[in-house]
Design a protein around this ligand. Structure first.
Ligand SMILES: [Zn+2]
Ligand SMILES: [Zn+2]
Length: 276
């Protein structure tokens, strides 16, 4: 395939396909992954539609400034469809929140999307409202990120996304020479950036004795990287052990690890579509 027209939105196909594979392999995550597949299909349509209107042009944006713009005129009609869709396919608490938002109308949608876009996880919204806003705005943010020229002035090891200041959804260990390098993946715009291996992305702790790593036998390519100083954790997907993994999807599928970490008193840095 030549040019990039054929590859627009290819990452969505990879995610959906991986969710499908993992659902067959892990019965404990099948229902969650089927739900994810449906949400990701909607996200893919939104992303493709935005990308089709944009072409190849990349914009220069200052580091951390991605959220300075929010094109509500384009997004609101899609949000109406998304709410109806979530009402249809989501588990009860989300479906009910979508129904309430749907009934509240366009002015409220603007408020909710604006609030989430600018405040992220600190937004003054209910948990289901924040989850719906995140799932909806994620492909929009990813589209902006994919059409942004990465700045050379980026900090060396920022703990937040260098484009949108979002917090990391998951980590990735990718092969480098004989070893691996770690990167973090933004929960909002899906940008991936390099991050030192022995440092907590939540509080900056660098003492290896305070940074325990847990791996479960059944999921050998997923590391729970915890911090005993701030009690946060992140899941890092080791692509040197499973090169087919798609970090955000494998992270979502590793439900037992989230439950286990919560039992141990660790809080996840960014919750996922399941709210965990
Ligand atoms: Zn980001
Ligand atoms: Zn920490």
């Amino acid at each position: 395939m030549t040019g990039s027209l054929g590859s627009i939105g290819r990452q969505w196909d990879q995610r959906i396909q991986r969710a499908n594979e993992l659902a067959a392999r892990h019965p404990f995550a099948a229902e969650a992954l089927r739900f994810y597949e449906r949400i990701a299909s909607f996200q893919k349509s939104l992303y493709e539609n935005l990308a089709a209107g944009n072409g190849e042009a990349k914009k220069v944006r200052a580091p951390g400034s991605l959220r300075d713009e929010l094109n509500l005129i384009t997004l609101l009609p899609w949000f109406a469809s998304f709410l109806a869709f979530v009402e249809d396919v989501a588990p009860p608490p989300l479906a009910q929140s979508a129904a309430e938002l749907n009934a509240a109308g366009g002015m409220r949608w603007e408020e909710v999307l604006d609030e989430f876009w600018h405040s992220g996880e600190d937004a003054a919204l209910t948990a289901p409202e924040a989850l719906i806003s995140w799932a909806f705005l994620q492909p929009y943010a990813e589209h902006l990120a994919d059409h942004t020229e990465r700045s050379e002035a980026e900090e060396e090891t920022p703990s937040l996304c260098p484009l949108c200041s979002g917090s990391p959804q998951a980590g990735a260990l990718r092969p480098l020479g004989d070893g691996a390098k770690r990167s973090l993946i933004c929960s909002l715009c899906a940008t991936e950036w390099e991050y030192r291996r022995i440092v907590c992305p939540a509080c900056g702790e660098e003492n290896v004795d305070k940074l325990p790593v847990y791996v479960a036998e059944e999921l050998p390519h997923i590391r729970v990287e915890a911090c005993d100083t701030c009690h946060h954790y992140i899941k890092t997907i080791d692509l040197t052990k499973d090169g087919r993994a798609v970090p955000v999807v494998d992270e979502l599928a590793a439900i037992p690890l989230s439950l286990w970490a919560a039992e141990k008193g660790y809080e996840k840095l960014s919750s996922n579509l399941l709210g965990i």
